[in-house]
Design a protein around this ligand. Structure first.
Ligand SMILES: N[C@@H](CCC(=O)N[C@@H](CS)C(=O)NCC(=O)O)C(=O)O
Length: 212
């Protein structure tokens, strides 16, 4: 049976991974429409009509196509408010958003597949490209760890899962992929707490139908 949601996704895409987690946390089902990044399927005319940036993911909802994982996750949170993924308190909500944006706007865009491909085209060797990605993640994660240093666990911002966790876990996947230093014990504790939840377990790249 088809669902109201179609997720244009790639199993290894951390931005798609965020949306899979958010859908799962909201108890929603969705249909996958996989695209293969290595075959540049996200740059095809049909997909560009949905997502003019040629980036994955896109979530098709009743009203049309939504792009940008932050916007998609916030949309899901507004349309399906239970359980909330942002704190009710405006100050804490702003802090969670700051953490999310530190990943979505400052770390991930500097190491996404399109940027790394361009660095290779400009003549950097694969190990230089990997070094670049690792360095971006190392420095970004150091700042992210400081941003939650005074918060209690088990999740990034206390006892409720928030969008901060939804964005951190896929970025930890990227950190492992590029061999980032990754010496924040707090992140590992958060990861253990998150992975005990079905929504996080189901969203990992290896569990996706298009995994290869
Ligand atoms: N800010 C975007 C980032 C999307 C993004 O960079 N997606 C990557 C996969 S994780 C992609 O489509 N890369 C292919 C490309 O750059 O051509 C979001 O959060 O949705």
């Amino acid at each position: 049976m088809s669902t109201p949601y179609i997720l244009h996704t790639y199993f290894r895409s951390s931005a798609s991974w965020r949306v899979r987690i958010a859908l799962g946390l909201k108890g929603l089902e969705w249909d996958n429409a996989p695209l293969h990044i290595l075959k540049d399927e996200q740059k095809g005319a049909k997909y560009l009509a949905l997502n003019p940036q040629g980036l994955i993911p896109t979530l098709q909802v009743e009203g049309g196509a939504l792009t940008q994982s932050v916007a998609i996750c916030e949309y899901l949170d507004e349309v399906h408010p239970d359980p909330p993924l942002l704190p009710a308190d405006p100050f804490q909500r702003a802090r969670v958003r700051a953490f999310v944006l530190a990943i979505a706007c400052e770390i991930h865009p500097l190491q996404n597949s399109g940027v790394l491909k361009r660095l290779r085209e400009l003549g950097l060797a694969q190990d230089q490209v990997t070094d670049w990605a690792r360095d971006v993640i190392d420095r970004g994660f150091e700042a992210c760890a400081s941003m939650i240093a005074r918060e209690n666990g088990p999740y990034c911002f206390g006892e409720q899962v928030t969008l901060a966790d939804v964005f951190l876990i896929p970025q930890m996947g990227n950190a492992r992929r590029y061999g980032a230093k990754f010496d924040q014990p707090r992140f590992l504790e958060i990861e253990a707490a998150c992975m005990a939840l079905p929504a996080f377990a189901r969203a990992v790249p290896e569990a996706q139908p298009d995994a290869s």
